[in-house]
Design a protein around this ligand. Structure first.
Ligand code: ADP
Ligand code: ADP
Ligand code: ZN
Length: 209
């Protein structure tokens, strides 16, 4: 079977990381997360500044930096789920020159819910596993279920930066939805439900072909 090439779109906090992991496990494909790649390289000096300086303001990291990361990862994988890319129209156009995408899944969630999800998000400082203080609490307060390391709040999950990220989404990433909406393979998923139900809706899309 040919492994699928999937783009997972959605505003900050929509559940891209959560669902992206499930999709990648289910199909045995790479989970390419530009956010993680950029956080790992947050202090990398480039002509345009460090990735961290953009992330902490809730702004997009320049296309040239992100495109290069994605191209390297895509070339290594025969199937993948792209989580957090493309985030503007130029990136979407660039992607079309390096790969053919089978499915574009848009996780739709209203902004009040996004703010709750992002402000309660905690991540493992060691393995990166994701939690939520209310919706997905760890078994032991403040500690990762998988590796017992400390859970931390991402520096950009502070109220002011969250609001800026939501503005950046409507200004730059909503045009990406317009770019894909009439293409074959585009599907909108209701992302408000609990993670298991969202995953069920995603799995159904692939069963239906
Ligand atoms: P994204 O990668 O789109 O920013 P995440 O997958 O990191 O989103 O989810 C954001 C936060 O919301 C995390 O704390 C996660 O545990 C929680 N979360 C994810 N999906 C759901 C859901 N369907 N319902 C409630 N909380 C969720
Ligand atoms: P979320 O979906 O919760 O906003 P991500 O981990 O996907 O979180 O992204 C965190 C930050 O990393 C973004 O706010 C942005 O600064 C940067 N980033 C991630 N992906 C891209 C991208 N495709 N283009 C530009 N910047 C990106
Ligand atoms: Zn961990």
């Amino acid at each position: 079977m040919k492994l699928p090439k999937i783009v997972l779109l959605g505003p900050p906090g929509a559940g891209k990381g959560t669902q992206g992991s499930l999709i990648s496990e289910y199909f045995g494909i790479a989970h390419i997360t530009t956010g993680n790649a950029l956080r790992i390289n947050r202090d990398l000096e480039t002509e345009l500044g460090t990735p961290g300086s953009f992330i902490d303001r809730g702004e997009l990291v320049p296309d040239s930096i992100v495109n290069e990361i994605v191209e390297v990862e895509i070339k290594k994988a025969s199937g993948f789920v792209l989580d957090g890319y493309p985030r503007n129209r130029k990136q979407a156009e660039y992607l079309s020159t390096i790969s053919e995408i089978d499915k574009i899944i848009y996780l739709d969630v209203a902004s009040e819910e996004l703010i709750k999800r992002l402000s309660g998000r905690r991540v493992c400082s060691s393995c990166g596993e994701n939690y939520h203080i209310e919706f997905r609490p760890p078994k032991k307060n403040g500690k990762c279920d998988l590796c017992s390391s400390e859970l931390v709040q991402r520096s950009d999950d502070q109220e002011e930066t969250i609001l800026n990220r939501l503005r950046v989404f409507s200004e730059h990433t909503e045009p990406v939805l317009e770019y894909y909406i009439n293409r074959e393979g585009f599907v909108r998923i209701e992302g408000r439900d609990n993670p298991e139900d969202v995953w069920e809706s995603i799995r159904k899309i692939f069963e239906e072909g």
